[in-house]
Write a protein that binds this ligand. Structure first.
Ligand code: MLT
Length: 318
């Protein structure tokens, strides 16, 4: 009987698919690496979210592994090259989290423009800070969307009704992909200089690591705010803290961090112009259920029928 190792929490419906297909489940969803590393050599399939790092060291121990299924879209936590070398297919579920991530982004933009978290906190402290927490309207402001693919496009559609001027940058898309009355494509420097709000929707890869650093913050308007519901590491966190503390930019709303969970000394904690959420972009009932079903179906279909859906590598190429 083939075994599936699960090392991050996924919705129960996914377990049901795997059990009904006759797999034995090694459930280490709430365990540490030290615990699951010992059973990894037994696993034929491995289901993860962003909390597990299948790095080269782990992958080399996975003697029987055929597939890593990522419940979610980001794969920066997986050493795909190491998996390929070992003949292991890596798949993700790219569509399922789109709406949840887009909705969280819209929530963050509204929260950072109107000091929602700061207002709530001040009331809890017994303060009535109406005049200290004056926000800014979105109407007629410029929203810069960095990464205009699935999530960036859903953010744009949702914010259209706020009367924002929308500009976008995407290394793989051009103006021909968009109606210019909906989204004007510009280069990254223009977007950085002209935006009142910048929202990031690119993956973390070599070219996007520290894409927003102190030099780029200095190009932004002093009144601008930045939102990251994409991936930690795209923004340099110490540079962002510096920019927020010294008034280089006005605010930030951050859901994702370079190292998660963050520790109590994180430079972005307790800054009055920065709101933080603990990687909640895809934390909805619908998205959790959706990724669990999708990834477990994909893992089953691969192990039983060798069907590849949303495979990110091809370990069988010459
Ligand atoms: C994703 O990449 O799908 C989301 O950030 C959620 C997650 O990492 O689990």
């Amino acid at each position: 009987m083939k075994k599936i190792l699960v090392t991050d929490p996924i919705a129960e419906s996914g377990y049901t698919i795997l059990r009904e297909a006759g797999f034995d489940i090694l459930d280490y969803a709430n365990s540490s690496r030290e615990e699951w590393i010992h059973v990894l050599p037994e696993a034929h399939g491995w289901v993860i979210r962003s909390g597990t790092n299948p790095d080269e060291e782990a992958i080399q121990k996975a003697d029987n592994l055929e597939i890593i299924g990522r419940a979610g879209v980001g794969v920066d936590n997986i050493d795909i090259q190491a998996a390929t070398r070992q003949g292991i297919v890596v798949m993700n579920t790219p569509d399922v989290n789109t709406i949840s991530a887009a909705e969280h982004t819209v929530g963050m933009i509204l929260a950072v423009s109107r000091n929602l978290a700061q207002g709530h906190e001040s009331l809890n402290r017994g303060q009535w800070n109406r005049h200290a927490l004056v926000g800014t309207e979105l109407f007629r402001k410029t929203l810069g969307i960095v990464g205009c693919g699935k999530i960036g496009s859903e953010v744009r559609k949702r914010l259209q009704s706020f009367g924002l001027n929308m500009i976008g940058y995407d290394p793989f898309l051009t103006q021909d992909d968009f109606d210019p009355s909906h989204l004007k494509i510009v280069d990254l420097d223009t977007l950085t200089r002209e935006s009142d709000f910048i929202t990031l929707h690119v993956p973390l890869v070599k070219d996007t690591k520290d894409l927003f650093n102190v030099d780029r913050f200095k190009m932004m308007k002093k009144t601008a705010r930045i939102i990251n519901v994409a991936r930690g590491g795209i923004i340099n966190e110490s540079d962002l803290a510096h920019a927020l503390i010294h008034g280089i930019i006005a605010g930030a709303a951050i859901d994702v961090f370079e190292n998660e969970p963050i520790n109590e000394n994180h430079p972005l904690l307790n800054l009055p112009n920065c709101i933080l959420t603990p990687h909640l972009g895809a934390s909805t009932k619908e998205a959790k259920e959706g990724v669990s079903l999708a990834v477990c179906n994909q893992v089953r279909d691969y192990l039983v029928h060798k069907n590849m859906t949303f495979a990110l590598n091809n370990p069988f190429e010459d």
